[in-house]
Each structure stands twice: as C-alpha cells, then as structure tokens.
Write a protein that binds this ligand. Structure first.
Ligand code: COA
Length: 137
C-alpha cells in the first residue's frame, strides 16, 4: 500500500470518478495566475478552472494535471507527465507535454505489463474487477 500524497491546488472544483487511482505526488492544479506580472497584483491575480478525471483512470507518480483539463475514462497517465490538454478515454498518454502514445487494446487484456501475461484463472476477486467487467475475450 502506498502512502500517496495527492495535492489539489484548488479554488475550483475537481471532479473525480470511481476507481481512479493516484500514485504518490500527483498534483491537480485548478488554479493559475496571469503571465503578465502586473496583473498578479490585481483582482485578476488568480483564475480557476475545474479539472475532470473519468472513472478507472490511473495517474502515475508525480503526474501534474493543469487547469481546465478533462481526462476520459480508463485513461492511464505515465509517471512524471504534465497534462496540459484534454486526453480522450481509453488511451495511454505520457510525457511533458503529455501526449497519447496508444489506445488501450486487446494486447492489454493479454499482458498486464510488457511481456507479463495475465493469468485469468488466478483472478478470484469479485470486486472491483467484476465492476470493471474484466474478461478474457
Ligand atoms: C505508463 C506506464 C505504465 C507505461 O508502461 P508501458 O505500457 O509498458 O509503456 P512502454 O514502456 O511501452 O512505453 C511506451 C513509450 O512511452 C515511453 N514512456 C513510458 N512511460 C513514460 C513516462 N512516464 N514518461 C515519458 N515517457 C514514457 C517509453 O519510453 C516508450 O517510448 P519509446 O516507444 O520511445 O521507447 C509506465 O511507463 C509508467 O509511467 N508507470 C507509472 C508507474 C508509477 O507511477 N508507479 C507508482 C505506483 S502507483
């Protein structure tokens, strides 16, 4: 079990759905400040934009999600990624700036990591795997 720190820098809403996992040191930043220095001393000193993160996502260690971003269901964000724009559902996305590398595919039903095969017979748990409708097709 990880002792994860999830930092939410927020004066706006952060919408999180079920089963989404956060690795240590993920930051969700819903607030920002103007680029123009003079404005940072004015009533424009801060803006806030909500962040939406779908269900069954996994955000790797140290990922940062910037204001206004929406991440679709099931999407995986690699460690250390800076998510500057929306990400669709069902993809693996990595890097700074975070880009989609590939869709989650049938390959991921066969292998849980690189060449490590899923042993479906060993999956006894009813939840949350059943809720995720995990089956070997
Ligand atoms: C996202 C992740 C699961 C991807 O694993 P994967 O499916 O095996 O992906 P691959 O290793 O095939 O990587 C595909 C490409 O993306 C790159 N990549 C993978 N993860 C990356 C990351 N976090 N940042 C930047 N690039 C990354 C790889 O170098 C590779 O690039 P290449 O095609 O030029 O060689 C893994 O890299 C990761 O970031 N895991 C997070 C682990 C973590 O945070 N654990 C904490 C406990 S919850």
């Amino acid at each position: 079990m990880y002792k994860a720190a999830l930092f939410v820098c927020s004066e706006s809403d952060t919408f999180l759905k079920n089963y989404t996992m956060f690795a240590p040191n993920v930051v969700i930043a819903t607030a920002g400040h103007p680029i123009l220095p003079e404005l940072r001393g004015s009533s424009y000193y801060q803006y806030n934009m909500p962040v939406h993160i779908g269900k069954n996502c996994w955000l790797g260690a140290g990922a940062v999600v910037l204001p206004g971003v929406t991440i679709g269901d099931n999407t995986v964000v690699g460690a250390g990624s800076i998510v500057t724009k929306d990400l669709p559902a069902n993809v693996l996305a990595v890097g700074n700036p975070c880009r989609v590398v590939r869709e989650i595919s049938e390959h991921d039903r066969e292998y849980y990591y690189k060449d490590r095969k899923i042993d479906y017979n060993s999956l006894k748990s009813k939840t949350p795997l059943q809720a995720l409708n995990l089956t070997h097709k």
